[in-house]
Each structure stands twice: as C-alpha cells, then as structure tokens.
Ligand binder design. Sequence first.
Ligand SMILES: [Fe+2]
Length: 176
Amino acid sequence: MSVKKEWPFGITPENYPEFMGKCSEHTTRKGKDLEGYFLEKPDPDRVIYEVYEAQGTGRMRLALTILKPGKVGTEYHMTKGHFHEDPEAGEIYFALKGQGIIIMQDREGQACDLSLRPGTVACIPPGWAHRTVNAGKEDFVMLAIYPDTAGHDYAAIEKKGFIRRVMEKDGKPQIM
Ligand SMILES: [Fe+2]
C-alpha cells in the first residue's frame, strides 16, 4: 500500500493560526446550534465555538477548537460534547491558550472533570463522552488528537445530557 508523503510540522501556542489555514473542515457553532444544551436559551447568532479539522497525520485526525469566552445566563460557554462511535477510540487534548474544563461522563452515568491550562495534556480514555467549557475570560484554544476511525456520536449524550455543568457563582466558575 502506498502512503502519501507528508511534511512534519509543529503546532505552538503562537503559531496555531497557521494550522487553521491548513485545515480542510471549519465548523462554526452558534447559539442556535446549541439550543437545549444550556439551561437558558442562548442568543441564536452568538458564536460559541469554532472547530478547524484536518485529515491529520498518519491515522490520526487533528482538531483545533476555539471556544469563545462568555456565559448563557450563568452557564459558561461549552461545546456540544460527544461519545465516539468507535468504543475503543480515546482522545488526547492539548491546551494551548486560556482556561478550560473538560466534563466527562461514561455510559453508566459516572462523571468526572479535568481543568485545562496552557500546556495541559488531557487523556480521555475510550467510553467517556467529553465536553469542553471555557472557564476563563479569553478564548480557550485546544488541539484534539484522535484516531481517524473514532467518529462522533452526539445523540447518545444529547438525550441524557451531562450531569455536571459549569456555572458562575460568586464571580467564579463552579462545577455543579
Ligand atoms: Fe472526541
């Protein structure tokens, strides 16, 4: 089997906009795309997050997420969250900028969370749905690396929802 020749490259907190230019897919999620996810109704035209995806390297896909700062009511901006269609596919997150929290939940309903700051590498084992929250006041930027066979299953967690939410209390993010 012939393998397409690729050039090595690095992604840093400074040069990630260059990587965005190499991506084949760009998705913008606005408030109207996240109706029913927050406790309150989001402004339909407000950009909540953007994802830049690249076919990646080897058998891995790369996705850069830019999660905008802000809240819907007292709930911090977050991604939809998903399980992987492939039950054996995990994921690695590398935080590049800002302050974030990953909320995770398995199919039995057990939940956990991890704080992310620039330089944090988070390991999401197979079988855990994952959602990212911007817990800071600037863009939260992270790179996700996952097998190209992973697939996204949004529906499984959409119905039940994540048990944990990140809400503002006394001016600070709190996991409820
Ligand atoms: Fe994922």
